[in-house]
Write a protein that binds this ligand. Structure first.
Ligand code: URA
Length: 439
């Protein structure tokens, strides 16, 4: 008789698991017959020994089928269904603009997004900074809003890939997050359960990415694209830069403010724009809305400059229960903490490198991200107006500002942030937004 420990032992010894063994283990996680300690041992064995592509695909398929899968075939959309997913970053507010931009170009974007994880921020936490925005729509409401507005962003429901939720919580506390097969299975089980027709992945590399090296980020992109395609979902991945905070700001309300101002064509961060336009254009091409990537970029640009995407964003917020005049009065609706404390460079030169993971952790320390799974967040805190790599500074130039609830927190975090930013006499080359496409 097969037991969970037999499966763990096989993976511990570096052997290849059969489809039956993977199905047995995943079903045991779902039913509760596999204990949390056994899940932890299994994820560590996979972390250390890896998986063959077929094992990863089988694990993903079992996790996807562990709950309900959405079917949009009777939704009668007059355009393709397309989504993007990111492996997680800091100041990564892309989804808030990208969903409306693609919807404004004729795509339908039913986006199931996540909460902050480790040092990275989460789209759902950000949206909750908008008073009244309901991230918990029923599947029927989700379909309705997607149909009427073109985009709806909700949180992970408990009936979609429930085994991923269990495995993820255990990986988070057993140091087994940064594993290519486990990330592949985790992301795709949720995305493919959502019934997408096309997917574009934003795979981060750099000091704020989950994977420690560029090569590993590239291998992760390859793994995700191959497994998704094996399941019949056209998928491409862009390798995008996380060597600096992607936006000007990192922190929930701060990032929503920046997203609205971006869609109003004010306050546009160049790196954020490059990544958003590249992903948007890729979504238009993969879903067949455009044939050519340059035309697609122009369509996205036009959706931005014409204000059409801002209109879609406004409709999405209202359809989710947020204020109908949110984009007109976002400054009044969003709460930013009172203390705004500058972090000075203290020497002349150029921003050489930024430890973006540490910047993400400083937001967590301010309570803008979670240190424990059930923690309530303070959505008003964060890092504001952060300089990019290559920026010239004087001793009295603010590298950024700390938004905190009190002076003591602001000073403590300012020290932490200052040590993560290296200043040099030589100007480094500016960071490139998108390095490579994997298809
Ligand atoms: N995001 C996910 O949903 N899962 C992972 O494993 C990593 C990032």
């Amino acid at each position: 008789m097969l037991l969970p420990q037999n499966v763990i032992q096989k993976k511990r010894d570096g052997q290849i698991l059969t489809p039956e063994e993977i199905a047995y283990f995943v079903q045991g996680i779902k039913s509760g017959e596999v204990a949390d300690a056994q899940v932890g041992a299994f994820t560590m064995a996979v972390y250390i020994n890896g998986m063959q592509p077929t094992e990863t695909a089988n694990l993903m398929g079992q996790m996807k089928d562990s709950g309900v899968t959405l079917d949009w075939s009777d939704a009668e959309f007059d355009g393709p269904i397309v989504d993007k997913h990111s492996t997680g970053g800091v100041g990564d507010v892309v989804s808030l603009m990208l969903g409306p931009l693609v919807a404004a170009c004729g795509g339908y974007v039913p986006m199931i997004a996540g909460r902050g994880l480790g040092h990275t921020g989460g789209t759902i936490d950000k949206l909750e900074a908008i008073p009244g925005y309901n991230t918990n729509l029923s599947i029927e409401q989700f379909r309705q809003v997607t149909k009427e507005v073109g985009v709806s962003i909700i949180g992970q429901t408990s009936d979609l890939a429930p085994v991923d939720k269990k495995i993820y919580a255990i990986r988070d506390v057993t140091a087994t997050v940064a594993s290519i097969p486990l990330i592949t299975a985790s992301i795709l089980s949720k995305k493919l359960a959502a019934g997408l027709e096309n997917l574009v992945m934003d795979v981060k590399f750099g000091s704020g990415a989950f994977m420690p090296t560029f090569e590993e980020s590239r291998a992760l992109a390859r793994s995700i694209v191959d497994v998704a395609k094996a399941y019949g979902t056209p998928t491409t991945a862009l390798l995008t830069n996380m060597n600096q905070v992607l936006a000007h700001n990192a922190g929930n309300a701060l990032e929503v403010k920046e997203a609205v101002e971006f869609l109003m064509n004010q306050n546009i961060n160049p790196m954020l724009k490059s990544v958003t336009v590249a992903l948007g254009a890729e979504m238009l091409v993969i879903s067949g809305i455009c044939n050519d990537i340059h035309d697609a970029e122009k369509r996205i640009e036009h959706a931005l400059t014409s204000g059409k995407a801002l209109e879609v964003f406004s409709k999405m917020v209202a359809a989710h229960g947020g204020p109908i005049d949110f984009v007109e009065r976002y400054d009044e609706y969003l709460t930013l903490s009172e203390v705004k404390y500058p972090v000075y460079a203290q020497q002349e030169g150029f921003v050489q490198t930024i430890d973006v993971k540490e910047i993400g952790m400083s937001v967590v320390q301010l309570k803008g991200g979670r240190a424990h799974p059930d923690q309530e967040l303070d959505l008003s805190v964060g890092i504001e107006a952060m300089l990019p790599v290559g920026a010239p500074v004087q001793a009295d130039t603010p590298l950024c500002y700390i938004r905190a609830t009190n002076d003591a927190d602001a000073q403590r975090i300012a020290e932490m942030v200052r040590t993560t930013i290296k200043i040099s006499a030589e100007q480094p080359s500016t960071e490139v937004a998108v390095i490579e496409k994997i298809s």
